[in-house]
Design a protein around this ligand. Structure first.
Ligand SMILES: [Zn+2]
Length: 363
């Protein structure tokens, strides 16, 4: 797996195991830039994605009680199965939607960033959730160009609930010729997802490919040339590619028939868009500021040196000198990209052992 930068490579490394021996993958600097993430045994191919406790909980499986409580506190509610969801009241659905809005805006724009829904859009989302049993609390749905769609977590729920789901294998496609044959270019990031399903006493496998192109990663916004046109993809291209592959493999395996699923847009990896959302969100609660010890400002929110040093002080009690030391610079002027700098502070300061038990809502 070739990653463009260290942060992305580390992130991938921590979330995956070698599919052949189960060892943690390692980073190897690539001669042409970036890092290769692979097993120490260079013949081993493929990765298995580690599940976080949050994901296991979302799937309705047992997690340690203390973790379950932590997750429920974070979400502000219990997980509901589809039967319970379909019987929920409008008020309960709206409550769950509002709670979830601290992490996700629900109306996904072309960029992949989301904004808060207006009242009419809330109605559409709640109707969809009640009719087809999706949970807004777990970010299972979104609106895109005025229509409701299930997000990847919604598809995972429906797959789990068939009781025929037998797991997912995710492998990067590294061979340039294969990429080209699939309609990609050599530098694009492509994954193969294999969904396993119990069928007539046997296990059937459904393979689908998903990718993001370099053009998509690097394209700048026409409206604001200082911003990326697809910031979600730009930030985590391999996550986006994997989500797309998994989405299509799930769809192939389970033939879901709720509306929206046949025409799922490429943009399904939504996240909060910030300011634009608040403006559209009259009468809706804005996303609360991050809570110390639990959530930190996202890197793209750190727009200047002042915010960088202030956040380092506020969240990690770091003096400017300490912050610069972590970044390996001697003067503030050497910090070119404050978002990237904050990303590195987070990497350095957020406890590593909690990595696989992290309570996250953005997966
Ligand atoms: Zn291995």
């Amino acid at each position: 797996m070739l990653c463009q930068n260290y942060i992305e490579a580390e992130r991938f490394r921590k979330r995956n195991l070698c599919a052949e021996c189960g060892d943690e993958p390692q980073l190897y600097p690539n001669r042409e830039g970036g890092y290769d993430v692979r097993c120490q045994n260079r013949n081993h191919k493929g990765f298995t994605k580690l599940k976080s406790y949050t994901q296991i909980w979302r799937e309705g499986q047992a997690v340690p009680l203390i973790i379950a409580n932590k997750i429920q506190n974070k979400y502000g509610g219990d997980r509901m199965d589809s039967t319970t969801l379909a019987k929920a009241s409008r008020t309960e659905m709206e409550r769950r939607l509002n709670l979830a809005m601290k992490s996700f805006g629900f109306v996904v724009e072309e960029t992949g960033l989301s904004r808060a829904p207006n009242l009419n859009e809330v109605k559409l989302l709640v109707d969809y959730c009640l009719t087809y049993a999706f949970d807004p609390l777990l970010n299972e749905v979104c609106l895109y160009q005025g229509r409701p769609y299930p997000m990847i977590d919604g598809l995972r729920r429906k797959a789990q609930e068939t009781e025929k789901y037998r797991g997912l294998k995710m492998e990067p496609v590294l061979d340039p010729a294969t990429k080209v044959a699939l309609g990609y270019k050599e530098q694009d990031i492509v994954f193969k997802a294999t969904v396993r399903k119990a069928e007539n006493g046997e296990i059937a496998e459904f393979e689908r490919y998903g990718g993001v192109t370099q053009q998509e990663i690097n394209e700048m916004s026409k409206r604001d040339p200082t911003k990326h046109r697809h910031p979600v993809v730009y930030k985590n291209p391999s996550d986006s590619a994997q989500n797309r592959a998994e989405r299509d493999a799930l769809r192939a395996a389970f033939q879901f028939n709720f509306p929206g699923v046949q025409g799922l847009p490429v943009v399904i990896e939504g996240e909060w868009g910030g300011k634009g959302g608040e403006k559209a969100a009259k009468g809706q609660p804005p996303p609360p500021s991050p809570i110390k010890g639990e959530d930190f400002p996202k890197p793209e929110a750190i727009k200047n040196l002042g915010m960088l040093f202030e956040s380092a002080r506020k969240y990690f009690d770091l003096q400017p000198a300490d912050t610069m030391k972590i970044l390996g610079v001697e003067t503030k002027e050497q910090i070119a990209d404050t978002s990237e700098a904050w990303r590195r502070i987070l990497e350095a300061k957020v406890p590593k052992q909690g990595e696989r038990e992290e309570v996250k809502t953005s997966e």
